[in-house]
Design a binder for this molecule. Structure first.
Ligand code: UD1
Length: 366
């Protein structure tokens, strides 16, 4: 069975790392399970793309579509054209897409129209918010996928409710967490640690990149000033995503406890998370990682496609208001924040389960 594995953005690389590691381990027992790695180039900066391949020991992609930035339409179209030309060289038996980014949806559409079955890793997540491009990507990808690998039972239920037959849905756990477990002993102290003389639980981490949080300058500026004031006794480390950097004049904010830094590498970022007081973010993936590391996570969104991080884990949705930030911080400082549990099957073995199932599928198909 020949597989195409698609990855285009930083969270994709984290999710495929464990899958590729497991496939490589399995190669000697099942040499018929071959893969090609296709990097769409949606993320291309060294910080978002290059470093992570080395850190997570992901082999060099067989193809790089080099699509780069653009509007959603432009980016999606370029990825589709690029993947279509890869398929002209040869077609795989199965195309594996992960997550919910434009690369996921674009390649799923191309594979589907070329008659190639699709396996979606992290299928079935739903926020119910069609204002988010990721929700559109999830729904379209799931509507044309053949096999569905889910991170939670709720995601499996969502799919089944939409008409996906149960025998195509495999609850396997979370490959992003496989990667976290595999590399947790290699987390690296970033240089900001010694520069600011950071101490355990004496700082917060902030990450923001969603249009709803970063596209309105005034809203972002007010939030940053409020956060910095409420957390005046703590350092706030803010690795700035390129999307945010491109839009926002950082020089408008001069609060001395707020530190704007370049995006950190995966190993450095997770080192900081592990030792932080809490993380304030609008990312979905980070709320899963903080749940596993049992670090309080304040998510600046009105909804989430990952309810387990709230019901089981350490995550809460908050508004960007001073009151919400203050209440949450007080709870954390007073030791009243929930400790959280680790969701079922987030045990570091999800990629093993996926590869076993792929072998079964390949036997049944041949
Ligand atoms: C994408 C995903 C989002 C994911 C995020 C993780 C979609 C719809 N969104 O959002 O789900 O959480 O990645 O980071 O696919 N840019 C650079 N260098 C890069 C990449 C991007 O400078 O390497 C800048 C460009 O100006 C670009 C902007 O960031 O226009 C946005 O990048 P894009 O990949 O389109 O979306 P993200 O906001 O990163």
């Amino acid at each position: 069975m020949n597989l195409d594995i698609i990855a285009g953005t930083r969270p994709n690389f984290i999710k495929i790392a464990s899958l590729i590691y497991t496939l490589d381990k399995t190669k000697k027992d099942f040499p018929e399970l071959q893969y090609r790695l296709i990097h769409t180039g949606q993320h291309y900066n060294l910080e978002l793309s290059g470093n992570i391949f080395d850190e997570l020991k992901i082999p060099k992609p067989h193809f790089n579509l080099n699509v780069g930035s653009g509007s959603h339409g432009e980016q999606t179209a370029k990825i589709m054209l690029g993947y279509e030309s890869v398929l002209k060289t040869s077609k795989p038996n199965l195309c594996i897409v992960v997550g919910d980014v434009n690369s996921t949806m674009a390649c799923a559409i191309v594979a589907s129209k070329s008659g190639i079955p699709i396996a979606h890793v992290e299928a079935g997540l739903r926020s119910g918010d069609m204002g988010m491009p990721e929700e559109i990507n999830r729904i379209i990808t799931d509507s044309i996928s053949t096999y569905f690998f889910t991170t939670t039972k709720q995601a499996s239920k969502n799919l089944n409710k939409e008409g996906t037959p149960l025998n195509k849905i495999y609850f396997v756990g979370n490959t992003m967490i496989d990667t976290l477990y595999r590399f947790r002993k290699s987390f690296k102290k970033p240089k900001i640690w010694s520069e600011l003389k950071l101490e355990e639980k004496k700082y917060l981490i902030l990450t923001l990149h969603r249009p709803s949080n970063v596209d309105n300058d005034l809203k972002l500026e007010t939030f940053l000033k409020d956060l910095s004031e409420v957390c005046r006794d703590y350092h706030i480390i803010f690795p700035v995503h390129p999307r945010t950097k491109n839009r926002f004049k950082i020089s408008n904010i001069t609060n001395s406890n707020l530190h704007f830094i370049d995006p950190l590498s995966y190993l450095e970022f997770n080192f900081l998370v592990k030792h932080s007081l809490c993380v304030v973010t609008d990312s979905g993936g980070i709320s899963e990682e903080t749940t596993v590391m049992r670090i309080p996570c304040l998510t600046l969104r009105e909804n989430t496609e990952r309810p387990e991080t709230i019901d089981i884990g350490t995550n809460e949705l908050i508004r960007t208001t001073k009151t919400d930030i203050e209440n949450s911080l007080n709870k954390i400082i007073n030791g009243e924040w929930k400790k959280g549990e680790i969701p079922e099957l987030w045990d570091g073995k999800s990629a093993d389960r996926i590869v076993k199932i792929l072998i079964e599928i390949s036997k049944n198909e041949s």
